[in-house]
Design a protein around this ligand. Structure first.
Ligand SMILES: [Fe+2]
Ligand SMILES: [Fe+2]
Length: 136
Protein backbone atom coordinates (compact mmCIF):
# COMPACT_ATOMS: atom_id res chain seq x y z
CA UNK A 1 0.00 0.00 0.00
CA UNK A 2 1.39 3.44 -0.89
CA UNK A 3 2.37 5.65 2.03
CA UNK A 4 0.69 8.73 0.52
CA UNK A 5 -2.25 8.64 -1.87
CA UNK A 6 -2.69 11.50 -4.33
CA UNK A 7 -5.96 13.34 -3.87
CA UNK A 8 -7.55 15.85 -6.23
CA UNK A 9 -7.77 18.47 -3.51
CA UNK A 10 -3.94 18.48 -3.36
CA UNK A 11 -4.05 20.31 -6.69
CA UNK A 12 -2.70 23.87 -6.54
CA UNK A 13 -3.59 24.90 -10.08
CA UNK A 14 -0.04 25.65 -11.23
CA UNK A 15 0.95 22.84 -13.52
CA UNK A 16 4.65 22.75 -12.60
CA UNK A 17 3.93 22.61 -8.87
CA UNK A 18 1.21 19.98 -9.20
CA UNK A 19 3.49 17.89 -11.35
CA UNK A 20 6.29 18.11 -8.78
CA UNK A 21 3.92 17.26 -5.92
CA UNK A 22 2.91 14.11 -7.78
CA UNK A 23 6.53 13.22 -8.49
CA UNK A 24 7.47 13.75 -4.85
CA UNK A 25 4.66 11.51 -3.67
CA UNK A 26 5.73 8.83 -6.16
CA UNK A 27 9.33 9.02 -4.97
CA UNK A 28 8.34 8.90 -1.29
CA UNK A 29 6.08 5.90 -1.98
CA UNK A 30 8.91 4.14 -3.84
CA UNK A 31 11.30 4.78 -0.97
CA UNK A 32 8.70 3.51 1.47
CA UNK A 33 8.18 0.24 -0.41
CA UNK A 34 11.94 -0.23 -0.73
CA UNK A 35 12.20 0.19 3.05
CA UNK A 36 9.41 -2.29 3.64
CA UNK A 37 11.09 -4.76 1.30
CA UNK A 38 14.21 -4.53 3.49
CA UNK A 39 16.46 -2.42 1.23
CA UNK A 40 20.06 -2.22 2.46
CA UNK A 41 21.52 0.80 4.21
CA UNK A 42 23.28 2.40 1.17
CA UNK A 43 20.17 2.25 -1.00
CA UNK A 44 18.01 3.69 1.77
CA UNK A 45 20.55 6.48 2.31
CA UNK A 46 20.51 7.15 -1.46
CA UNK A 47 16.70 7.39 -1.40
CA UNK A 48 16.87 9.84 1.51
CA UNK A 49 19.42 11.96 -0.37
CA UNK A 50 17.26 11.99 -3.49
CA UNK A 51 14.11 12.87 -1.52
CA UNK A 52 15.92 15.70 0.25
CA UNK A 53 17.32 17.14 -3.01
CA UNK A 54 14.01 16.95 -4.86
CA UNK A 55 12.05 18.47 -1.98
CA UNK A 56 14.55 21.37 -1.71
CA UNK A 57 14.23 22.06 -5.44
CA UNK A 58 10.44 21.91 -5.18
CA UNK A 59 10.35 24.36 -2.29
CA UNK A 60 12.58 26.76 -4.21
CA UNK A 61 10.08 26.68 -7.10
CA UNK A 62 7.09 27.27 -4.82
CA UNK A 63 8.88 30.11 -3.04
CA UNK A 64 9.73 31.82 -6.33
CA UNK A 65 6.06 31.64 -7.37
CA UNK A 66 5.04 33.16 -4.01
CA UNK A 67 7.54 36.00 -4.40
CA UNK A 68 6.41 36.66 -7.95
CA UNK A 69 2.80 36.95 -6.79
CA UNK A 70 3.81 39.01 -3.72
CA UNK A 71 1.99 36.48 -1.60
CA UNK A 72 1.53 37.88 1.93
CA UNK A 73 2.11 34.55 3.68
CA UNK A 74 5.37 33.76 1.93
CA UNK A 75 7.39 33.88 5.17
CA UNK A 76 5.09 31.58 7.14
CA UNK A 77 4.93 29.14 4.24
CA UNK A 78 8.69 29.23 3.79
CA UNK A 79 9.21 28.65 7.53
CA UNK A 80 7.27 25.36 7.26
CA UNK A 81 9.42 24.31 4.32
CA UNK A 82 12.56 25.00 6.33
CA UNK A 83 11.23 23.09 9.31
CA UNK A 84 10.61 20.02 7.16
CA UNK A 85 14.09 20.18 5.62
CA UNK A 86 15.65 20.45 9.11
CA UNK A 87 13.54 17.51 10.26
CA UNK A 88 14.60 15.34 7.31
CA UNK A 89 18.24 16.26 7.83
CA UNK A 90 18.04 15.25 11.52
CA UNK A 91 16.46 11.92 10.63
CA UNK A 92 19.06 11.28 7.89
CA UNK A 93 21.85 12.00 10.39
CA UNK A 94 20.27 9.67 12.92
CA UNK A 95 19.94 6.96 10.29
CA UNK A 96 23.58 7.23 9.37
CA UNK A 97 24.55 6.89 13.03
CA UNK A 98 22.66 3.60 13.37
CA UNK A 99 19.37 2.11 14.60
CA UNK A 100 18.18 1.97 11.01
CA UNK A 101 14.71 0.57 11.52
CA UNK A 102 13.71 3.32 13.92
CA UNK A 103 14.86 6.12 11.60
CA UNK A 104 13.34 4.54 8.50
CA UNK A 105 9.99 4.44 10.24
CA UNK A 106 10.45 7.96 11.61
CA UNK A 107 11.16 9.38 8.16
CA UNK A 108 8.14 7.63 6.64
CA UNK A 109 5.69 8.87 9.28
CA UNK A 110 7.26 12.33 9.34
CA UNK A 111 6.94 12.77 5.57
CA UNK A 112 3.42 11.38 5.43
CA UNK A 113 2.11 13.63 8.20
CA UNK A 114 4.00 16.66 7.03
CA UNK A 115 2.96 16.43 3.38
CA UNK A 116 -0.65 15.76 4.12
CA UNK A 117 -0.83 18.69 6.58
CA UNK A 118 1.21 21.05 4.44
CA UNK A 119 -0.79 20.31 1.29
CA UNK A 120 -4.03 20.79 3.18
CA UNK A 121 -2.97 24.02 4.90
CA UNK A 122 -0.17 26.13 3.40
CA UNK A 123 -0.31 24.80 -0.16
CA UNK A 124 -4.13 24.89 -0.21
CA UNK A 125 -4.06 28.51 1.04
CA UNK A 126 -1.62 29.37 -1.76
CA UNK A 127 -3.96 27.58 -4.15
CA UNK A 128 -6.93 29.75 -3.06
CA UNK A 129 -4.82 32.90 -3.36
CA UNK A 130 -3.79 31.99 -6.91
CA UNK A 131 -7.41 31.30 -7.85
CA UNK A 132 -8.50 34.68 -6.51
CA UNK A 133 -5.71 36.41 -8.45
CA UNK A 134 -5.91 34.61 -11.74
CA UNK A 135 -5.57 37.85 -13.65
CA UNK A 136 -1.98 38.27 -12.33
FE1 LIG B 1 4.63 24.42 0.15
FE1 LIG C 1 4.53 22.04 -2.23
Amino acid sequence: MPLINWRDDFEIGIEEIDHEHQELITLINEAHSALQAGADMPSVAAFFGEIYARISAHFALEESVMRRLRYAQTEAHKAEHEELLDGIRDIMDGYERGDYAQYQELLATHLETWFTDHFKNQDARLHRFIHDHEHI
